[in-house]
Every structure is written in C-alpha cells, then in structure tokens.
Design a protein around this ligand. Sequence first.
Ligand SMILES: [Ca+2]
Ligand SMILES: [Ca+2]
Ligand SMILES: [Ca+2]
Length: 321
Amino acid sequence: MRGRLTLSLAVCAAAGVAWGAMSADIVFEVLPAETVLPPSPDAVTAVTLEVAISTAVDGMQGWSLGILCQNSGAEKFFIANAYEHPDLATFAGAGYTGGTLVPGRPSFDTINYYTAEDLVNYAAQAEVPNLYMNGGFVLNDSINGVPGEWAAVTQGVVLDLFLMYTLPASENFGALAIELGVQGEAPASGSVVFSDAIGSPPTAVVAVFGGYSYPPSVAAPAEISFAAPAPRFIRGDFNANGVVELADMVSLINYLTCSKKPLTCLDAGDVNDNGAITMADPLAGMRALLDQKYEIPAPFPACGEDPTADDLGCESFAACP
Ligand SMILES: [Ca+2]
Ligand SMILES: [Ca+2]
Ligand SMILES: [Ca+2]
C-alpha cells in the first residue's frame, strides 16, 4: 500500500491544481454519529457505519485515512468487514487493476486491516479489486483498554491516476463502509475515531488537492452504545416488597405529606399511571384494595415495564430483579 500511495501523490503533485481553500472546507466524518442498540449480552449485533467526505471545493484527487475502533467495556467490538463504499465504487475514474485499465472505477483503493483475532470476514475481501490485506500488525493493546479487542482499518485512495476526474464539491460522499460486530449491554460502549497513528509508518488522515495533502476537519467520534434495559416494577407496590397492600398507600401518603424521602422507584407510586405522584394515587390504590372499584394499570400485579413514558423513573426495585 505504501508504494502505491507514494506513487499517487507524486503523480498528483505533477498536476499543480490551484488550491486556495482551508482545511476547514474538508470534513471527514463517520456516520451515523450515534447508534444506540438494544442490550445484546449473548449475541453479536451488526452495525454498519460509513466514512463520509464533504468538501466545499472541487478537485479532490484522493485521500488517506485511518479509523480506530475503541472498545469501552463491550464483550465484543470488532470490525467484521470494511469495504469500498458504493459512492466510491462507482466513481468515474480510470481504475488500474492487475495491469489493466478499468473505466468507471477509482484508480486505487487500498484498504488495510489492523487486527489479529477479530477479522471474521477475511474471505469476502479477496473478491474486491484493489484491496490489500495486512492482518497481524500489533497496536498497543492499551489503546482500546481491552486487550485483543481493538480493531483498525486504513484506506488510501487515488480517484484517477490520470487526473481526468476529481471529486467535485460534495456532501457526505461515501468513502468506506465499515461493518462492526458488537456485543454487550449498558453501560458498555464503543467509539469509532479517526486516527493518524495506524500502521507503520502511520497512515495520515489527509485529503489531496493539487498534489498537496491537507488535514481535514474530522467530526466527533461515532459512538455506539447499548440502551439500559427498561426497569421492571409492580405498580402500587411503593415499598417494593412484591405485594400491593394498604401499607403501600400509607407510605405514599407519608411520601406526599411528610417525608418526601427519595425513593428508588417513583413509577411504582404512580398508581393511576398519569405520569405524576399526587394524592389521587393512594386514593386509587385504596379503592383497588378495599372495594375493587379501581383496576391498577400495568404492570400489576406482576413485575413489568412501564408501558407509558414519563419523567418519574425507576432506578431499582427490589422485588423485580
Ligand atoms: Ca408493598
Ligand atoms: Ca399518578
Ligand atoms: Ca407511566
């Protein structure tokens, strides 16, 4: 890859395209910026991200970039696959593959992996033109915090070796697609960041205009996290002992009139599920208990989730593990 990229920059330099814009006019971004997944402690969930390039000016000739996946406590957080984005795959350059010009392709698109154990889709990559594998390069394990679970990928692109085609001003031109395999549950997470420290020598994060390299602005890391599971509780069981009884209504009245002590599951006190705890709640509970003229809404009498969103919250509920 290094040899090819050096060649490309030399060719680009010969063109001498005028370039007066600032690096702020070029943005490399990983999209979507935020992904929240349902908890997945036992199975790998697939997440597809794209590396997108936006440029305010015409004439980009190529780029190189490095992407580092950083695990923060997830069971698994790895690059399952990385491939040329369809935007790039159909870019009208003059591709050069195995000694033959192939119109309608970028001239060079070199993608390298940097991971040993986590590359699970190696075989599929061999079919994509201009891809070169480089497994086994060892980054410092401490980068990801979880030894053996880091993953990184680099890409080096020359759009058109003959400079007939360059990238015009673009918004979110897809450069690279990255499929992540993620497994875990809240509060574990992972992030995908640009890095110019991947490889040896490292691959710079640059855009090439007129044969010169410009560092782009890079957007904030893409964050992948797991939603905390919805808390389970029994509506009306204000003292969280598993049974709705008069003592709960007395506790509720005490909470409303006297103590106001912080409780770990306010949702349980919202007997009528109207999103607030008021004196109507113990009264509704009394009616339900004393003459069955009120039906306590779910979750009741068994543990369950609050079917209606509100701001009350339920941090913990001892009777519903
Ligand atoms: Ca109770
Ligand atoms: Ca209420
Ligand atoms: Ca509710």
